[in-house]
Design a protein around this ligand. Sequence first.
Ligand code: NAD
Length: 308
Amino acid sequence: MAYQIKKAAVIGSGVMGSGIAAHLANIGIPVVLLDIVPRELTKEEEAKGLTLDNKGVRNRIASTAVQKLLKQKPAPLAAKKNLQLITPGNLEDDLDRLKDVDWIIEVIVENLEVKKSLYEKLDAVRKPGTIITSNTSGISINAMAEGRSEDFGKHFLGTHFFNPPRYLKLLEVIPANTTSPEVLEFMTRFGEDRLGKGVVIAKDTPNFIANRIGTYGLLVALREMQSRGYSIGEVDSVTGPLIGRPKSATFRTLDVVGLDTFMHVAKNVYDQTTGEEQKVFEAPAFMTKMVENGWIGAKSGQGFFLKK
Ligand code: NAD
């Protein structure tokens, strides 16, 4: 089968999903961007007498993510006009819109069961031959593919973008045992030639390559800060621009990633290791507290830093 991607869908319009949709729009690929509808309205929406059953409200919720893209810095979009290529929608109402896309990228919360239940829905609606990839930070690609149709299994693999997707060059591509060699070959070439990424093919081991090493490094930095009394500013200084790394260093990076997502990613590898190795992947208790408080980083306005 000769594969081509003329139209894509991104499921999940959070930090990564909106950025991936923008990256695709920038290279001229139309994107359907779907998310779930929150179960509650905001106070402002209630005050206006709006209801969740009102389609206008539902669509606005997903399109807010797109509007936010315009305000992000560095700008995730090359030109405002590219926004027209992104059509937002709600997962529960708009599943049918996935019927004519060539590539569906799942970019929802880092949780195996939640992702699997989404795949069940996608398997029922996608046309045969549609490529489905996950942007998971490290959940097993084989575990996610379990229980799906043969055609889904052949066309399923991990495409792990880095944050922010427009600027970071690395793309980890992780085949499942069921992924067809043609699909792997196609996505690798597409990642390099069209997405402009440097592709590294990784094995399906917990957190793959980049996050196995990256999570380890971040957790060591967090522990050292605590036990040696280093300040957040000191650690960021010696791991950031002063040594030639981009603006966000240890703690700024955690704020950009999202502390909730980071905790899921650390737990994923913690749960799959034992003994001395496992100890390294234990996140400090204060991070759990921060997540409980809603201090999950730039997306909530507060993490280690306040969002300016
Ligand atoms: P996020 O919290 O910013 O966004 C997640 C989105 O998924 C939200 O908009 C939420 O409404 C939606 N969602 C949750 N449950 C859903 C469901 N059942 N169906 C449909 N949508 C649902 O998260 P993120 O940082 O964008 O991460 C998304 C994925 O990308 C995760 O797998 C994460 O591990 C991975 N990832 C994150 C980063 C990062 O730096 N944040 C980097 C690489 C990979």
